[in-house]
Every structure is written in C-alpha cells, then in structure tokens.
Design a binder for this molecule. Structure first.
Ligand SMILES: Cc1cc2nc3c(=O)[nH]c(=O)nc-3n(C[C@H](O)[C@H](O)[C@H](O)COP(=O)(O)O)c2cc1C
Length: 183
C-alpha cells in the first residue's frame, strides 16, 4: 500500500452524483454545482449539504430556507463544471447555460427541466452551518423524468475528473433485512 495525504479521504468516499442546487432570492433565480452532500435519514427524508459562504447560493439558502437539488446526467457534464466556476452574483446562469427553470410546487426555487430528477428541499436544521457550512435539508417533493433516454449520472472524484454511471448489479433478493427500502 502507498501512503497518501489524509486530506484526500474525500476522493475515496464517493458522495453520490454531482448535483445542481437552485435557489430563488429577491426574485432572482440561481444555480450552483455541488459535490459535497450525503443522505442523513430515511424518514423524514433528510439530506446534508455543504454550501459555503463563498457561494451566492449560500446567501440565498440562508435567507429563503429553500432550494431544489437537481440531478444532471452525463450529457450536461461541461455545463455542470462551468456552472460551478462562475457566480450568480454577476450573471444569470439559467440564461447563460440555457437551462429551463420550471416552477416547483412547495418551494420558490425552480426545478431544472433538463435534469433527470429534481428534489424540492427546505432547510430543516442550520445548527452546523456556522461551523461546517453544513445545511440539513428535508426533501419535501421529488420529480423525475421517466421519458429521459440518458440516465447516467456523474460522480466527481474531487479533482475535476468524473466517473460516469456504469453497469447496474441487482442484488435485491439478498437484502433480506432491508425490504422496506426496495420499492
Ligand atoms: C465539480 C464541482 C463541485 C463543487 N462542489 C461544491 C460543494 O459541494 N459546495 C460548495 O459550496 N461549492 C461547490 N462548488 C463550487 C460552487 O459550485 C461555486 O462556488 C459556484 O460558483 C457557486 O455559484 P454561486 O456563487 O452562483 O452560488 C463546486 C464546484 C464544482 C465545479
């Protein structure tokens, strides 16, 4: 085994698909790219997200308490990276990146029509935001696009390279203790 810096642990523990986070703040829609997120709890469904004060989205999320987590697929890869390399402080990212905002049902932040799925979220707990930039969000509604042909998501390796979803292995019959999570 070769030694590697402990600070690189995040590169080994994949955090799920790279996502886009939309917000609505003072009537302005915005979107950012986010790789640092995790599932926290099944019910009520809680998600942990790291959104830092360097992001315009941080201000929007703190003020509005709402966002949408949109899941892009591999065809949007370049846009996903570019969206995470500029700020909504200065540009309209929906316009610049030709994304279509659609009204959500429970929150003011928009869905993204071009994404595979959209999760409407409300901030459930902000106790760890000051220390870790960690927002605990509750998923309140989910929308998916069943007609979308491209369904492969992107997984950030932490350095600007991405793994693309591959083969699915179905081991549901072995999940004898966890049947409730299979439907
Ligand atoms: C691949 C990738 C992953 C990123 N992950 C995060 C993240 O998990 N949390 C975060 O605060 N910023 C993350 N960023 C940076 C934000 O997307 C970036 O600061 C963005 O410009 C913020 O946009 P805003 O100022 O319009 O909110 C990531 C950027 C890229 C390219």
């Amino acid at each position: 085994m070769q030694d590697m810096p402990a600070s690189k642990a995040y590169r080994l523990l994949e955090a799920g698909p790279i996502v886009l986070v939309t917000t609505s703040y003072k009537g302005k829609l915005n979107v950012m790219t986010m790789g640092f997120h995790m599932v926290v709890q099944h019910s009520p469904p809680l998600l942990g997200c790291i959104i830092g004060p360097w992001d315009h989205s941080y201000k929007a999320l703190r003020a509005s308490g709402e966002c949408v987590i949109a899941i892009p697929t591999v065809d949007l890869a370049r846009k996903v990276v570019d969206i995470g390399n500029c700020s909504g402080d200065r540009i309209d990212k929906f316009e610049t990146f030709k994304l279509t905002p659609k009204p959500a049902q429970a929150v003011a932040a928009p869905l993204i029509a071009e994404c595979l799925a959209n999760i409407e979220c409300r901030v459930a707990d902000d106790a760890m935001v000051d220390k870790y930039n960690l927002f605990i969000l509750e998923a309140v509604r989910i929308w998916t696009d069943p007609d979308r042909k491209e369904r492969r998501t992107l997984h950030h390796r932490g350095d600007g390279t991405f793994a693309v979803d591959g083969r699915t292995i179905d081991l549901r019959e072995r999940m004898v203790l966890w049947k409730q999570f299979q439907d």
